[in-house]
Design a binder for this molecule. Structure first.
Ligand code: ADP
Ligand code: MG
Length: 251
């Protein structure tokens, strides 16, 4: 579903991705972990054309998003982006639209779906994320966890084939993290192909097929959660896990 080859990305003179090769199979859940600044967000953003890498190729959903450093042309890019849902740390809901309209607006405006059908589907998605009762609420009245669940429903409304999550629970109060992870778990169970940047190691352990560890712009190792958490090969993986799992005793 996603195939990345030789991906390198620079910000000015600063190389933030180094010759990355990576694959995500259909229905696979990949959790990307690694220290701040290691390039996790940049890698995700390259996968829906929000960032353009200088060299390498990305095949996604059967299209060449990036071909030897050349991005797909605008028209095809917009079509491809609809197949790749993205959820960010900051929920980015439209503040002036109700919850229902936040979810229904994309299909109506971008896919030409009728209002009635878009709203019917939006209600179904809100039921799925446990927020049917909030359909007429405004985003400002929701908790962070509820906002993020609306953001997930909004992404799903475009019927994406892949979902990218960039630290979806990092901005939430601890007691609200679980309700968002629960929704993501449900999606994984339904067979959604997902690439998830997160520091929630419990989620990685339970849900990931593959955990990929990034450091300084490289994927330094990848494997099943079992292998990565119990017998990591790389010293940098061990020290990162130590710091995340034991923040007090970590150096
Ligand atoms: P992560 O998500 O793992 O914390 P990022 O992908 O956000 O890492 O960042 C990787 C590196 O790229 C960091 O050194 C960061 O400072 C740099 N970087 C990210 N975005 C930009 C940008 N828009 N302009 C310049 N440098 C950036
Ligand atoms: Mg990031």
């Amino acid at each position: 579903m996603i195939s990345i080859r030789g991906l390198s990305k620079f910000y000015g003179a600063n190389q933030v991705l180094h010759d990355i090769d990576f694959d995500v199979a259909e229905s696979q859940v990949v959790v990307v972990i690694g220290p701040s600044g290691s390039g996790k967000s940049t890698l995700l953003r390259c996968c829906n054309g929000l960032e353009v890498a200088e060299s390498g190729s990305i095949d996604i959903c059967g299209s060449k998003l990036l071909d030897d450093g050349k991005l797909l042309e605008e028209r095809q890019l917009n079509q491809l982006r609809r197949q790749v849902g993205m959820v960010f740390q900051s929920f980015n809901l439209f503040p002036h639209l109700t919850v229902l309209d936040n979810v229904a607006v994309g299909p109506r405006k971008l896919l030409g779906v009728s209002r009635q059908q878009a709203e019917t589907e939006a209600r179904e998605l809100l039921r799925k994320v446990g927020l049917e009762a909030k359909a007429d609420a405004m985003p400002a009245s929701l908790s962070g966890g509820q906002k993020q669940r609306v953001a997930i429903a909004r992404a799903l409304a475009m019927k994406p084939r892949v979902m990218l999550f960039d630290e979806p629970t990092s901005a939430l109060d601890p007691e609200l993290v679980g309700e968002v992870l629960q929704v993501m778990k449900l999606l994984a169970k339904e067979g959604m192909t997902m690439m998830v940047v997160t520091h929630e190691m419990g989620f990685a352990r339970d849900v990931a097929d593959v955990v990929a560890v990034m450091d300084a712009g490289r994927i330094i190792e990848q494997g099943t959660p079992d292998v990565i958490f119990s017998q990591p090969k790389e010293a940098r993986t061990r020290s990162f896990l130590q710091a995340v799992l034991n923040p007090v005793s970590g150096s």
